[in-house]
Structure formats: C-alpha cells, structure tokens
Ligand binder design. Structure first.
Ligand code: BGC
Length: 424
C-alpha cells in the first residue's frame, strides 16, 4: 500500500516537474488573460476597418456582406438539395422540411471524394466533378427529372452582391484550383451542369459554412445570431446592423456578415504572438503570408504544429533521448485527430504512446506525459485565440443593441470542435 502511494507520489511529482518544464519551454504559446483581452481589442478594430468604406479596401479582415437578412423562424418548408464543398468532406444532401403534425426535417446525404488532382487542378475540372457528383446523387435518389432548388455551401471567402452570386476572393485551406479566383462560382457550376444536359438545377443561394451553421442553429433557436466553424479552417459570421455596413445600400434591419477572421494578422498585427513554429507552418503552406490566424487556430495545422515542436525538442535532447526518426521528420505525420486522441482524459496517455511508437521514437513514460502536455498547450492556444475573436464579436453585438448584458446563442460546428475532447 505504502509502496503504491509512494509510486503515485513520485509519478505526480515527476509529471508536475515535466509539465512545468514544458510550460516554460512553450511560454510564448501560453497567453495571459491580458494578452487574450488585447487580441480581442485588436480584432474589434479589424472588424470596424472591414465594415467602413474608407478602410475596407486595405483591411485584411474582409467582413463580407452575405445578403442573408434574417435568421429562419422555423416556419420554412420545402424540398431542397444542398451542396457542401470546402470542409473536410464534399457532401450532397436532399433536405425535406415539412410541418405535418410537427416540424419535421428529413435528410439523406452522400459523401463524395475530392481527389488531390481535382483540388489542385483547373476550375473546369473541379466544377465538372461537382456537376457529375450531383448527377450521380440525383440518379440515386431518382429525382433527375425534378428541378429542385439548390443551396450551395461554399466554404471560401466570396464577394457577393446578391444571394445567388458569389465571386471567389481567394482559395484557402487545401484548395488551389486555377482559374476560379475572381469568378462567380454559380456561373461556373451552372455552365458545367448545362454542358452535361442530363438534368436541371436551380442554384438559389450560395452561403459560407459559417452562415449555414448560424441558420441551421437559428432554425431551432431564434436567438442564434453568430455562426462559427472550427474545423479544417476557421471563420465566423454574425448579424450586423445594416446602417453600419457601408458597402451595402440601406439603413433598416440587419445583414449577416462573413468576417473571414482566418485572415486576421495578415498585415503583421499578430507578429508579437506568432512563434517560430507558426512561421514554419506558413512557409510550408499553399498560401504563404495568408490566413495567419487560421494557421494558429484551425485543425488543418494543429497536428503539424505539434510535430514541429516535438522535432525541435528531440533535436535539443529534451525528448526521446534525442532520437529522431524519418517518420518524426515527415510533414503531416501527426494529424489533428491524433492530437485529439492524445488529449483524451482516460486513454490519452496510451494513445500518445501509440502515436509516438508509430513514429518510431521509442517513447518513455515521461516522454508521453511531456508530449501530451505539448498537445494541450497547442489546443488551448487555439481555443484562447477563438475566444478572443468571438469575444470581439459578442462585445460588438452588445454595443449594437445598447444593452448592459447580452443574451445570445452561438452556433458552432467543425471537425476540430466536435472531435476534440476538451475544446468546447
Ligand atoms: C475560409 C472560410 C471558411 C472557413 C471554415 C476558411 O479557410 O476562408 O470561408 O468559412 O475556412 O471552413
């Protein structure tokens, strides 16, 4: 009994000692409350710059008008098709909303591959592929003869002047398709569908995934006025007073603004909190110098951030007795889903051992504790960053309403948010 207690005591001590050392090592990734508040204030200013006519052209945070003017009220009904392109999966859904007896939503969906040669190919190839998948879906559901309204969730920054027009500003995340930036994606998709000639579709609306999230949440909860995605990429939208949106005519009512907060910091405004690891991630990315906030916070980069930290620590002899393997040195070998697994409260430590063993570094118990702590710091930083930018949106909503306390609902979705054991 005493021996077991002693062992437990030593292990806790050892764990404490190890985590304290890592805390020190990664101090630049651990924000004080003051820093988080400071980032919140900076983002609030960015939002204002993006909304104002004079500063919008040079603003990195684009604050794009979406032409969505209200949240659903739950009375909506009909038979629709939804395309969802740009997240971790390309999905097509048929959604039937009815009110017989009680509110009723039926959904059927299929996931389609978007192979590497398509997401790094030409615009024609991409939209031919989307049109082909849509054709396959309609064939499967036996609705090829119907002309159902299509809603297109396109998870990239788009300039819109109406609901059914969306000009791509720039690709982000894993996509880099030639000949689409500066083009209206509705036109490109319509053209690809016409060219086939085997079915008809009516693309009624293009929305960002954040807007889709806000509206889906709003269907059940009328108080929802913010939508957030924390997945492969990250972004948020919220309902802004029309009188504050210089780029859209009119003063009455509200409009949803797609903030595109992933680009926060692209003008250098986050240099004081970016680390050598963030700079290395950026250098090796498809879009260097762009989406710097996204690269610190979203799922596409988190596993790689952890890997870069481990490589440095191993090189300095602080982990794995200095063992460095080709696997550890290979980009992409630690994915965000591994980070999530390593942080699980019960099996986390054994998962960590599994992940590290696969990298061939022969980890000791102490190494596993250390690596788990590195993961926690990287995830916690991401959550801190998102809390700062969300705080800015909420404080703006509160000021817009002129209330002493804000009561609101935030709709959140995305693979990182949903899969990570502690994130929420
Ligand atoms: C895109 C946003 C999108 C977010 C989440 C970002 O890279 O720029 O439009 O909402 O990813 O998918």
């Amino acid at each position: 009994m005493i021996a077991a207690q002693l062992l437990a005591y030593y292990f806790t001590e050892l764990k404490d000692d190890r985590t304290k050392k890592i805390d020190k090592y990664l101090y630049a990734m651990r924000f004080s409350d003051e820093t988080v508040r400071d980032i919140m204030c900076r983002f609030r200013r960015e939002m204002e710059n993006g909304l104002a006519r004079d500063t919008n052209p040079t603003s990195n945070v684009k604050m794009l008008p979406t032409f969505v003017r209200s949240i659903p009220d739950g009375s909506e009904k009909g038979d629709f098709i939804a395309l969802d392109l740009g997240g971790s999966n390309f999905r097509i859904l048929r959604v039937k909303v009815s009110h017989e007896k009680k509110q009723n939503v039926q959904m059927e969906s299929e996931v389609y591959e978007t192979p590497e040669h398509i997401i790094h190919g030409s615009g024609t190839q991409l939209f031919d592929h989307v049109a082909e998948c849509l054709g396959d879906f309609m064939e499967k559901k036996k609705i090829k003869d119907k002309k159902l309204p299509v809603g297109f969730t396109f998870s990239f920054p788009c300039q819109q002047t109406k609901l059914d027009e969306a000009v791509l500003v720039t690709w982000t995340k894993r996509f880099k398709v030639s000949g689409v930036e500066g083009m209206d994606v509705v036109k490109l998709l319509n053209k690809a569908i016409k060219k086939r000639g085997d079915y008809d579709a009516d693309i009624m609306a293009v929305v960002n995934d954040t807007v889709g999230t806000m509206m889906t949440c709003g269907f059940d909860d009328q108080r929802c006025e913010v939508g957030i995605i924390i997945g492969t990429g990250t972004n948020a939208c919220y309902m802004e007073e029309l009188r504050h949106i210089d780029l859209v005519e009119g003063d009455e009512g509200r409009m949803c603004i797609n903030t595109e907060w992933g680009a926060f910091g692209d003008d250098g405004s986050l240099e004081d909190i970016r680390t050598e690891f963030d700079r290395e991630i950026d250098r090796g990315s498809l879009n260097p110098g762009k989406q710097l906030f996204e690269k610190m916070a979203s799922g596409m980069y988190m596993g790689e951030l952890v890997r870069l930290i481990l490589v440095k620590m191993a090189k300095e002899g602080q982990l794995f007795e200095g063992r460095i393997t080709p696997e550890l040195l290979t980009k992409g070998k630690i994915e965000t889903k591994h980070v999530s697994a390593m942080e699980k409260s019960k099996e986390g430590l054994s998962k960590t051992k599994e992940v590290l063993t696969r990298l061939g570094v022969e980890p000791s118990e102490e190494d596993c504790v250390a690596v788990q702590h590195v993961c926690t710091i990287v995830s916690f930083r991401s959550a801190n960053l998102i809390s700062a930018t969300l705080g800015a949106i909420l404080s703006r909503l509160k000021d817009n309403k002129g209330v002493p306390r804000l009561r609101t609902t935030v709709g959140i979705d995305g693979s990182l948010y949903k899969m990570h054991p502690q994130y929420a």
